[in-house]
Write a protein that binds this ligand. Structure first.
Ligand SMILES: [Zn+2]
Length: 446
């Protein structure tokens, strides 16, 4: 099969792929829930069965303490490269089921969208890879290794051990990580940058016990006010992050209209955006600092007492090009050195996740941009993600010579991780066509 026949071949297999996607969505494979361990096993087996039928050599693999990952291999035709196609079969918890319009594990089509937990993140990724394999009748034009992880939603705790243990089986020339989203419905994108993460807990101590706010107030600071003043130093007056030494990446070229951003975020009337620069620059290329939680008495339990101790969790997102460990040290140093009134400060360093920036050029990127352009009928854009996907940096570290493409079938309204998660079925079709075209271009290039 050559280029022009590929889109029709994909469209022919999509009705059956859709049934298989529905069946996968019905399995509540919530990796964060120990009680759902059996369901995570069941989703691994269901995924394995889908690729076994297509003629792959299939294994369910795990390392000590890890969840089951599925590996399906279609050997490379003589002289052709190999592509590793990644997705994950575990899903996020549903949250309050009452917030869902239809039950989360009952795939339901409304309008152009398919609703259900995992419909976009990331059972759509599995279905994309399956559609491509089926379109080529189990004989793709390049070698294909499908790798479907089972613990992405809990931070891929054993992924680096998995990559080390099964390195030879996973080795590929091109790695396609189908777990991201396009820029908008109708606008294809390659995700070329991700922000990193550094977080910590900061505790402020003022007194060895709580004291009467009338007798001592006015001279003795309370820990909550001191903590608030400390937290307020994380930003300058314009809302830019004020922690010294954090990196800012070059501004992205994409125009992310402020109105669209405000609507997607659900920001209330009159609330200003933080910081300076374009929206895309602020959320993809500059650091951000947020206070995620504070331990303090509840308002309902308040008494006229000066609070002796207060604690907060602070999270910083890092620009591509920064180093997470260095940034974590800078954050801790900032908090230790900016406390008001000589209060005691203790910082407990938390997680550090590296940011990522793809080279975003070379034959695989050229092939992907052509494939996306043909599937969508318009040029693809390079976009960033403000969030952190640690597993991408792990693949980049494990396979430094491979070209890494971050793709996906999601869109800004997919609500991955939220209630009413959904997949836009038109975008799903175009994403499948694009991935199939990509493989034929990788073969033709060779
Ligand atoms: Zn995902």
């Amino acid at each position: 099969m050559t280029g022009p026949e590929v889109p029709d071949a994909v469209r022919r297999v999509l009705p059956d792929v859709r049934k298989d996607l529905d069946a996968l969505i019905r399995i509540p494979s919530v990796s964060a829930d120990p009680a759902a361990a059996g369901e995570v096993e069941r989703s691994a087996e269901a995924t394995a069965a889908l690729f076994r039928v297509e003629g792959a050599e299939v294994e369910i693999l795990r390392v000590e303490g890890g969840r089951p990952g599925v590996l399906a291999r279609f050997p490379a035709p003589e002289g052709q490269p190999t592509a590793l196609l990644y997705a994950h079969h575990d899903v996020q918890p549903t949250g309050d089921p009452a917030l869902w319009t239809s039950p989360p594990f009952e795939p339901t089509e409304r309008g152009e969208r398919l609703y259900g937990r995992g419909s976009a993140d990331d059972k759509a990724g599995i279905a994309m890879h399956l559609a491509v394999i089926r379109a080529y009748a189990g004989r793709p034009p390049v070698g294909v290794t499908v790798f479907v992880e089972g613990e992405e939603e809990i931070g891929s705790p054993t992924l680096s051990a998995f990559l080390a243990a099964h390195r030879d089986k996973l080795a590929a020339d091109v790695i396609v990580l189908a777990d991201s989203a396009n820029f908008d419905v109708g606008v294809p994108a390659l995700t070329t940058t991700l922000r990193g993460l550094a977080d910590c807990e900061v505790e402020v101590r003022v007194l060895d016990h709580g004291v009467h706010s009338g007798v001592y107030g006015g001279a003795v600071p309370d820990a909550l006010t001191a903590l608030c003043r400390l937290l307020a130093t994380l930003h300058d007056d314009e809302g830019n992050v004020a922690i010294k030494g954090l990196v800012t990446a070059p501004a992205p070229e994409v125009d992310y209209p402020e109105e669209r951003f405000r609507q997607e975020a659900g920001i209330l009337d009159g609330v200003q955006l933080l910081g300076t620069g374009s929206v895309a620059e602020r959320v993809w290329a500059k650091p951000s600092a947020s206070v995620l939680a504070i331990d303090a008495p509840r308002v309902a339990d308040a008494s006229n007492t000066l609070i002796p101790v207060a604690r907060a969790k602070v999270s910083v997102r890092l620009a591509p090009g920064d180093d997470a460990n260095r940034a974590l040290t800078a954050l801790a140093e900032h908090l230790r050195s900016h406390a008001p009134w000589g209060v005691q400060v203790e910082v407990r360093e938390g997680d550090a996740g590296q940011p990522y920036a793809a080279t975003a050029e070379g034959p695989a990127y050229t092939a992907a941009r052509e494939a996306f352009g043909e599937a969508w009928g318009r040029e693809s854009v390079d976009m960033g993600i403000g969030g952190t996907i640690p597993f991408i940096a792990e693949f980049a570290a494990a396979f430094p010579d491979a070209a890494i493409l971050v793709t996906g079938a999601g869109d800004p309204d997919s609500r991955a991780h939220g209630a009413d998660e959904s997949l836009h079925l038109g975008e799903f079709e175009r994403a499948c066509v694009a991935e199939a075209l990509l493989l034929s271009k990788l073969a033709a290039d060779h």
